[in-house]
Design a protein around this ligand. Structure first.
Ligand SMILES: [Zn+2]
Ligand SMILES: [Zn+2]
Length: 123
C-alpha cells in the first residue's frame, strides 16, 4: 500500500488508512474511528448530564420554587445558561428597580427645582 495513504491518528497514534480516518472538527485533527467515537460519546455523556440535571429544572434564588428551565430567562454568563431567579421574580426585580429609579429621578428633580427656586429667591 502507498505510504501516503496512511496517517497516524492524532489521539492514539495508530497508523491507519486515510479512508478510515475521521476529520474531527478541523482538517488538522485526524482521528481513527475508535477515538472519534469515544470522543463523541464522552462529549454526549457530559452534555446529557448537564441538560438533565442543570438545565431541565432549576431552583429560583428568590422565591425558592423549583421551576422548569423555560421559566427562567437565558443568561449566557452563567454556568447553567440561565438566570439565577425565575422570570416572575426577575420581572418583579426590574419593576422594583424601575419604581425606585422613578422615585430617585423625581426626588432629584424636586431637589433641583427647590435649589433653583432658592437661588432665584435670593437674587
Ligand atoms: Zn485513535
Ligand atoms: Zn422566583
Amino acid at each position: 500500500m502507498n505510504q501516503e495513504d496512511m496517517k497516524h491518528c492524532n489521539n492514539c497514534g495508530k497508523l491507519i488508512s486515510i479512508n478510515d480516518l475521521y476529520n474531527y472538527k478541523s482538517k488538522d485533527v485526524l482521528w481513527c474511528e475508535t477515538c472519534a467515537n469515544n470522543q463523541y460519546n464522552n462529549w454526549k455523556a457530559q452534555n446529557v448530564i448537564e441538560e438533565t440535571i442543570e438545565i431541565k429544572e432549576k431552583r429560583c434564588s428568590i422565591c425558592k420554587h423549583v421551576k422548569p428551565a423555560k421559566e427562567f430567562y437565558k443568561d449566557r454568563t452563567s454556568r447553567t445558561g440561565l438566570q439565577s431567579c425565575c422570570k416572575n421574580c426577575s420581572n418583579k426585580k426590574v419593576m422594583m428597580w424601575r419604581k425606585q429609579n422613578i422615585k430617585h429621578t423625581r426626588e432629584y428633580a424636586k431637589n433641583w427645582q427647590r435649589v433653583k427656586r432658592q437661588s432665584t429667591a435670593s437674587t
